[in-house]
Write a protein that binds this ligand. Structure first.
Ligand code: WQD
Length: 346
């Protein structure tokens, strides 16, 4: 099928596109490159040995996005484009509502106009807020604690109600837990534009020496070692889950939601120790105060995706650490390639 992937040049998007291509699909990427680098397209082409169509489009500009629907034959959409920083959303909720909610409504309007009726939405476990129970089933109560999470929940509700009134559509929302790791080639990976918010890229930048030490946000949580527990999932497992979800839409209609997690939780200290074990590099850390908005424990009940999508995360925490390290070790400056003469970052 011809798949439009919004945000396909990002960390998660690039991994999804590789799995889609390797599953035999044709892809069209639209990305505004605010949070991604054109170099990733070169890397993706090298991995897949395929020419990749990538258009520099800001999906919030409806006229520009409509040209894509007019110029390309599209069967389905996987929608990843959006802003995803919890701290930033607390400072700038308007940006998040425009980027994440309004842009998605405009995208669905165009899909409806051009009769593109299969849709995979990138949602997040953040919609569960502070979970009442772990593992967290898809039926758990939804109560967000920040504008980023609220926009994800609002889009889910919009898609649910849209599917009720447009029976020919087939829509699935995928609630990501904590994607980490990188493609086994070490050619693509997570490349935050500034100091990483998330744990794994922070650890790998400590390992390269780019950052002096890791701040562990609190060791007084009610967990085995006091540090926060999360459901880390290898980004390639997450990507394969999207291929399964997309293929589940064929010949169906209505709205479904699935957790994409491993069903296992690991603490911050367990991640640090596992990374040290697979890399052989000690990670210096300081215990600091809890981070505002963090929950103590969050990990998925992943049985619904196993039963209905025939999908299970297969990679271990060691695989995730090993693959994240290979990417960062091979690309200490991420995608910013050096101009060797002037030894300048391009
Ligand atoms: C993981 C654990 C931190 C950094 C966020 C978003 C979520 C999703 C994934 C988009 C926590 C601890 C972290 C550090 C630390 N993004 N930590 N020091 O917060 O679970 O989820 O990213 O969908 O929406 O909220 O991920 O990697 O930031 O934190 O101690 O420098 O690591 O306290 O326990 P999080 P994270």
């Amino acid at each position: 099928m011809n798949i439009l992937v919004t945000g396909g040049a990002g960390y998660i998007g690039s991994h999804i596109c590789i799995e889609l291509i390797q599953a035999g699909h044709e892809i069209i990427i639209v990305d505004n490159f605010i949070n991604s680098n054109m170099e990733v397209i070169n890397r993706m082409q090298a991995i897949t040995k395929k020419k990749i169509t990538c258009l520099s489009v800001d999906i919030s500009l409806k006229e520009d996005l409509e040209k894509v629907f007019q110029n390309y034959s599209i069967d389905s959409v996987i929608h990843l484009a959006g802003s995803k920083s919890v701290p930033e959303s607390l400072l700038n909720p308007i940006k998040y509502y425009l980027q994440n909610l309004v842009s998605t409504i405009q995208l669905v309007e165009l899909m409806n106009k051009y009769k593109v009726r299969q849709f995979v939405f990138s949602s997040s476990a953040t919609v569960y807020g502070t979970p009442e129970q772990c593992p967290i089933p898809e039926t758990a109560s939804l109560n967000t604690t920040n504008p980023y999470g609220t926009t994800k929940l609002a889009v889910e509700k919009f898609l649910y109600e849209f599917a009720q009134s447009n029976q020919s559509f087939s829509i699935v929302s995928l609630r990501y837990f904590n994607p980490i790791g990188a493609h086994e080639s070490g050619m693509i990976g997570e490349d935050p534009f500034s100091i990483p918010n998330n744990l794994m890229p922070y650890i790998t930048q400590v390992a390269t020496g780019k950052l002096p030490y890791l701040n562990i946000y609190g060791n007084d949580y009610p967990t085995l070692d006091g540090t926060g527990i999360r459901d880390y999932i290898h980004v390639v497992d997450l990507a394969k889950g999207h291929v399964k979800a997309l293929e589940s839409l064929k010949g169906k209609n209505g709205w479904k939601v699935f957790n994409l997690g491993t069903g296992e939780g690991y603490s911050v200290l367990q991640v640090v120790k596992t990374f040290e074990y697979v890399s052989g590099i000690p990670i210096k850390y300081h215990i600091s105060d809890r981070r505002e908005g963090d929950v103590a424990i969050s990990y998925a009940d992943a049985t619904k995706a196993k039963q209905q999508l025939d999908w299970v995360a297969e990679k271990t925490l060691e695989d995730m650490c090993r693959d994240a390290w290979r990417w960062q070790r091979n690309n200490p400056n991420g995608y910013k390639v050096r101009n060797l003469e002037e030894n300048q970052l391009l």
